[in-house]
Structure formats: C-alpha cells, structure tokens
Design a protein around this ligand. Structure first.
Ligand code: NIG
Ligand code: FE
Length: 410
C-alpha cells in the first residue's frame, strides 16, 4: 500500500451531464491511500485510515490532480515542418500551404519512408516528456500513411509504444486525413480503399484503433465523403470523431451530431446551429487552443460552446504542421488567457471530459474509490496557479496505476 500524504489541495473535477456544467470540488489537507494500483480511500488527512506498514509519499503541501488526458494528438510522426512555420510568419495561410502541395503531404512522405521502429524511436521521447507534464493517457491518430500498409504501420507503432512506457495509448484511424497525391484525380478510389471492409475489420479486430476520425475541410474531405467514411467505420465498431469547422464552415459539427460522433474537434468556425446540434446530440467539443496559438489565428468560441451546455474537452493536437505543442499544461494556460475558459472549466476539460472523449469515463480522469490511481503531484498549492504559470513545469511527481512513473529532477 502507498499513502500520498501532506496534500495541500486534492482536486476532484466533475461534469454534470444534465445541466452541462463543469465544476471542481477540492479537499484541503488531504491524503490518498492506494492499494494494488487502485485508490482505496481519499479525503481529509485525518479521515483516511492508513495501515502502519503503508509506504509514504509526501506531496509537500502541493496540489494533487487526476492524471491528465490528452484526447487529440498526432504524436506519431516523422520529420518537421519549420519551413511552413516561417512561410506563415511571412504571410501565407495554413490552407494556402496545403493547396500548394505542402502541409500534411510533407509529413506523409516522411512517415512512408520510416519503419515502425523509427516511428517508435521518434515518438518515445515525446511521450516521456508528455508524462513529465502530468499526462497519463494519450490518444494518437494515424493519418500520415494514407496507404493501407502505412496507416497500419502507424498504429502498430502506437501498439508497440504501449509496452515501452507507462502512458495509456488509444489508437484512432485517420486514413481520411487528406487525399494522397497518387489519388488526386481518383478521390472515389481512395475513399473505396479506406471504407473497405477488410481494412476497417483489421483496424477493429487487431485493436489497432477504437475510433475513426476524418478531416472534414475544403482541402480534405466534404461532408458527404466524411459521412461515408464514418458510417463505414461505425459498422465495424469504430466510434466516429471529426476534425470539424476548423478553417471552413461546412456543417461538419452538424454531421458529428448526425452520425453519433463522440467528439467534434477544433470548431474554430462553428456557428450557432452547430452548437445547438452538438448540445442536442451530447457530442463533446474538443477544443485545441494550442493549434490557433501556433498558427496565429482566431480561437474557437469556447464561451459560446460552454455557455450552451456542450461538454468541452481541451487537448494539444500535437502534430508537426498546425500544433508543434506537446505540453498540455501550456495549452491549459492558453485556454484560460486566449479562450477565457476558467481554470475550473479547463481542469474538467483535461480530465473528466477528456476521458469521455476517448471512452475512458469509467477508468480515467477522476479520483474515485476503486479507480486506477493516476495522479499528478504539483509544486504549487492550487490548480489555478498551475495555469497561471505558463511555460514552467509545475509537475513534481506522476503516479500511473499506483506506481511512481516520473519524478522531476531538482
Ligand atoms: O488537427 N487539421 C488537420 N490535421 C491536423 C494537422 C495536420 C498537419 O498539418 O500535419 C490538425 O490540425
Ligand atoms: Fe488534429
């Protein structure tokens, strides 16, 4: 048994699905007792019954939160795209660069050249740094292979990474990221290939992916094409997700509601109809403030989405093109200052609601009796202070499944 004692503030994020309101309960001067990797007891220190032989971990009066969940990432990739970063600073837009054959396709070429081992070698240190930022669960999308074999190769890299580091990894098939150049004049044939039963069956049966995502955008796939991909995936037990309303308003968030997508992600250009459709369908909005920060464009209307009672999650969108931002705590700060989300809304968005976004509501994102003990110990006394200090790592210790998996060197 392990007891985490001397906790200055224990953070218990909650989301009330009926009212659509996030809220954070806190317990001051708390303790958490862990047994067999699970939370056995938690509460005010004096109320927790600690066996005499329990090991002790002193939280130093710091704040303790659930392990963070990064529910939208493209962490497996090869190559970098700083030349596009410079072109954007000089005035070109993300869409213009994509239209000129840059963007996603540049990373596709690098990923196609890489072996599974190389992809694993590149992603492993990224995941180790994410762990050091307090992240204990990460969703990772394919989408830079764009052939049957290369998409499977990316998700095999995710599978291999599971056994090499402690973060729980969740795979998403994003074969509908863009039409690869060799199919430029045969879009239909590319769609036939990624909607093919044998391909989708492998994704589901080999547990390579639990979700299927599409980039519904003028430079990628139309609403009708996206619908076709998501309905085919759904028949094979893959849950739909959509990159929706990022640059062009095409009704993608309404499509998310229509096909029963668990999330609609991005939403920088969502309109009132899209927000209402998501609220009715219970679709989770995954907001990606690091992406707009990185591209230097306007943020999603977080306040309108929150105030409508739509559940909101926040993630990094970590990828080499539109969000070379691997730090979820930095993105949490950006959500506060650039989207006017309150620290308690953000705390819920990266725990409880992020867990729901990847179908882990019952197992991750909360501190509850009998749940796996995924905890972050901070060197600050409360969680608002974490977001108040962007760019400084406030994470001292990370616990995954009851085991200390990261200790900051200082
Ligand atoms: O989530 N929007 C589409 N996909 C990624 C960007 C991918 C890339 O540019 O490499 C995103 O922003
Ligand atoms: Fe993305």
């Amino acid at each position: 048994m392990l007891v985490v004692r001397n906790i200055g503030q224990l953070v218990l994020p909650r989301f009330d699905a009926e009212t659509g309101r996030p809220r954070v309960e806190t317990i001051d001067r708390a303790a958490v007792l862990i047994d067999g990797g699970r939370i056995a007891e938690f509460g005010p220190a004096e109320s927790v019954d600690v066996p005499a032989d329990a090991d002790e971990l002193d939280a130093g009066g710091g704040c303790v939160t659930p392990g963070l969940i990064d529910c939208h990432t493209h962490t497996v990739f090869a190559g970098t795209r700083e030349h596009e970063f410079v072109r954007r600073i000089e005035g070109q837009s993300y869409a213009e660069i994509a239209e000129e054959g840059g963007g996603i396709r540049v990373t596709v070429e690098a990923v196609r050249r890489a072996s599974v081992d190389e992809l694993v070698g590149l992603a492993l240190p990224r995941l180790q740094r994410m762990l050091g930022n307090g992240v204990t669960t990460v969703e990772i999308k394919s989408g830079y292979g764009l052939t049957v074999d290369d998409e499977i190769k990316m998700l095999r890299a995710v599978a291999r990474l599971r056994s090499l580091q402690p973060i729980e990894l969740i795979g998403t098939c994003l074969a509908a990221h863009t039409v690869p150049p060799e199919f430029a004049d045969r879009r239909g044939a590319y769609l036939d290939m990624i909607c093919d039963d044998a391909f989708l069956r492998r994704m589901a049966n080999e547990r390579l992916a639990e979700f299927c995502d599409v980039f519904c955008e003028r430079t990628a796939f139309s609403v009708d094409e996206s619908r076709r991909v998501l309905l085919a995936a759904r028949r094979h037990g893959l849950t739909p997700k959509i990159h929706a309303d990022q640059i062009t308003q095409m009704g993608a968030s309404r499509l998310a509601a229509e096909v029963g997508a668990v999330t609609a992600d991005h939403l920088e250009t969502i309109d009132a109809d899209g927000i209402a459709a998501m609220r009715r369908a219970g679709t989770i909005a995954v907001l990606l403030p690091g992406c707009s920060f990185f591209l230097g464009v306007h943020q999603a209307p977080a306040r309108a989405i929150l105030d409508a009672g739509v559940p909101v999650a926040v993630a990094t969108d970590y990828n080499p093109g539109s969000s070379m931002v691997e730090s979820l705590p930095l993105v949490m700060s950006i959500a506060c200052t650039q989207m006017r989300m309150t620290p308690n809304e953000v705390m819920v968005a990266v725990t409880v609601n992020a867990a729901a976004a990847v179908h882990r509501r019952e197992t991750a994102g909360a501190i509850d009796a009998d749940r796996a003990a995924d905890l972050v110990i901070l060197d600050v006394p409360d969680y608002a202070r974490w977001m108040y200090e962007p760019g400084r790592n406030c994470v001292r210790t990370v616990i995954k499944g009851g085991r200390v998996v990261h200790r900051r060197q200082d």
